[in-house]
Design a protein around this ligand. Structure first.
Ligand code: NAP
Length: 302
């Protein structure tokens, strides 16, 4: 059986570490870490993600507040909500759940989040810190992938890494983190010519294109490490006659490449749980910073 990069397992380990960390300081500080999550509109996937994040907060003893705004909210109303969380001393981290409904530009909203509460690491200041190699909250999905690679002792130094996708949320910060770990990094995107030629040079292939089953046997080099960031619901027959259920799949046709890879992340159970974990790590880190405690989690932040 091929090596699975098990995000669910590592996420459970990290949660135990976070519980210990919170318990160590909560009496001294007088409050647990606080996370404010803003969800705009009724995207069903976002609803599930936010609910998973709330459950994870409860498991580790983190106080979470979810503010749900209508899809027709004005940018001003969303900024007002962000401001109220910026000014709330019991809130250490703020997450604006993406994607936003069509027509709402995320950039000025992300910029309104106080940089020291920016637990998704998407404020321009924190992205700048990442480019410069300075400390700061790191984008959860790529930071979670780095933690997963490190935990599985994947060597990055001197290796060829190809990242498919150049979004601010995943692809670009991912490439910067891999580069900071001394990999040689290439970014591919929708205009990249001859994708299979490029991806066949990858020792480490990170796929964040957001296209179900885009990557298959022809793209993947033998003995490479494949990280599948994509997550899609595809319809399938349910056990209830006449009803459709759904199953989750990634950007990679994993059954096609399983025979040749050195290791691969499953979907679900790979990158998803690590994204949630890193949100918790960033929030606890911000809490420690706000309360004047030294951080003991910096080994988890690339
Ligand atoms: P995004 O903003 O849509 O970006 C997708 C990127 O992929 C773009 O840069 C795009 O290129 C590129 N791309 C699209 N089609 C391509 C193709 N055929 N060949 C090469 N590149 C292609 O998506 P995202 O926010 O980065 O997320 C990517 C995926 O990860 C989505 O499925 C999302 O649901 C998933 N995700 C999962 C987690 C998790 O926790 N598991 C977290 C975040 C995101 P252009 O720039 O040229 O358009």
């Amino acid at each position: 059986m091929k090596n699975i990069l098990d995000g669910k397992l590592l996420a459970r380990e990290l949660e135990l570490r976070l519980i210990a960390e919170i318990n160590r300081f909560v009496a001294q500080v007088g409050r647990p870490p606080g996370l404010g999550v803003i969800r705009v509109g009724d995207d069903p996937a976002s609803k599930v993600y936010v609910s998973n994040k709330e459950k994870a907060c409860r498991r580790v003893g983190l106080n979470s507040v979810v503010l749900h705004l209508g899809a027709d909210s004005s940018p001003e109303a969303i900024i007002q909500t962000i401001e109220s969380l910026n000014n709330d001393h019991k809130i250490d981290g703020i997450l604006l759940q993406l994607p936003l409904p069509q027509g709402i530009d995320a950039a000025p909203l992300l910029q309104a989040i106080s940089p020291d509460k920016d637990v998704d690491g998407l404020h321009a200041l924190n992205l700048g810190r990442l480019i410069k190699g300075e400390k700061g909250p790191r984008s959860c999905t790529p930071a979670g992938i780095m933690a997963l690679l490190r935990r599985n002792k994947v060597t990055l130094e001197g290796k060829n890494a190809v990242v498919i996708g150049r979004s601010i949320l995943v692809g670009k910060p991912m490439a910067l983190m891999l580069q900071a770990a001394d990999a040689t990094v290439t970014i591919a995107h929708s205009k990249t010519a001859n994708l299979p030629v490029l991806t066949n040079q990858a020792d480490i292939l990170i796929v964040a294109a957001g296209k179900a089953h885009l990557i298959g046997d022809e793209h993947v080099r033998a003995n490479s490490i494949v990280v599948d960031v994509g997550i899609h619901r595809i319809n399938k027959e349910s056990s209830m006659p006449g009803k459709l259920g759904y199953k989750l799949c990634g950007d990679v046709r994993s059954e096609e490449v399983a025979y040749k890879v050195k290791a691969i992340t499953p979907v679900p159970g790979g990158v998803g749980p690590m994204t949630v974990s890193m949100l918790l790590v960033n929030t606890v880190n911000c809490w420690q910073f706000h309360c004047g405690l030294s951080s003991t989690l910096s080994d988890l932040l690339p």
